[in-house]
Ligand binder design. Structure first.
Ligand SMILES: [Zn+2]
Ligand SMILES: [Zn+2]
Length: 246
């Protein structure tokens, strides 16, 4: 399987960085984790047929994590003959808002199923390729919102997307301290590098990638931490690819 970062920026696009978007390819199938980048355009540029995208999972409903979702699903609905794409979002209000226009788009009956679904804590989705489990965090607690990270299991390999966290990072997924992950993708826009370091010293992983970094001056500090832990520590850039053997 291969994970490609289509977007690695925080709430605001940076030069050469779209907002958060992760593409996981398993065989011929594609799963997207957060859609803060212009997904349709980026897939077109890569000659990736939209039909390959099976499901799209959104950690929380900030636009830097979902602004490319509606465009992509609407295109799938009227333009793609055989799409299985569906979005999974944690906020029922946003689900209803997105589904209303989706019901009126398209003339292709085979795609009438395309919509977004609401998820809560626990197993969000499972098929022959992967299992996605939502882990709540406190990123939107102060505004009464819903925010999660995703535990993704693929053929015995484990990936953790922490999603956006709070400035204290006390909501860093506890499971990362007890379960071994092949790859953890986390952020550093809300907490200091010092706070990130405290959490990283507790995680069990082969590799940790930090994306969604603000301000950009932190990148140098984070890169300098590689070698301090018993896992590889990287800062992700748009178009970076990570291959994991299944
Ligand atoms: Zn964000
Ligand atoms: Zn956010």
């Amino acid at each position: 399987m291969k994970l490609t970062f289509l977007g690695t920026s925080h709430g605001i696009p940076e030069k050469n960085r779209f907002c958060t978007c992760n593409m996981l390819e398993i065989g011929e199938d594609i799963y997207i984790f957060d859609v803060g980048a212009p997904l349709a355009e980026l897939l077109t540029n890569r000659d990736v047929p939209y039909e390959k995208v099976k499901k799209l999972f959104i950690t929380h409903c900030h636009l830097d994590h979902m602004n490319g979702l509606e465009m992509f699903l609407r295109l799938c609905k009227w333009h793609v003959t055989d799409s299985q794409a569906e979005g999974y979002l944690p906020d029922k209000r946003v689900v209803d808002k997105l589904n209303e226009p989706l019901q009126t788009v398209g003339q292709n009956n085979s795609n009438m199923h395309i919509k977004v679904r609401h998820y809560t804590e626990g197993v969000v989705y499972q098929d022959e390729n992967l299992m996605v489990t939502a882990i709540p965090n406190k990123h939107l607690d102060t505004v009464g919102g819903y925010s999660f990270g995703f535990d993704v299991e693929v053929s015995g390999k484990h990936i953790l997307f922490t999603g956006d966290l709070t400035h204290t990072m006390d909501d860093f997924p506890e499971i990362a301290f007890s379960k071994h992950y092949d790859l953890i993708v986390t952020e550093c826009a809300h907490a200091s590098v010092e706070t990130l370091k405290e959490q990283l010293s507790r995680v069990k992983a082969d590799m940790v990638v930090v994306n969604h970094i603000y301000p950009q001056s932190k990148i140098k500090e984070i890169l300098a931490l590689d070698g301090e832990y018993n896992f590889k520590l990287l800062v992700g850039n748009d178009n970076d690819e990570i291959k994991l053997e299944e």
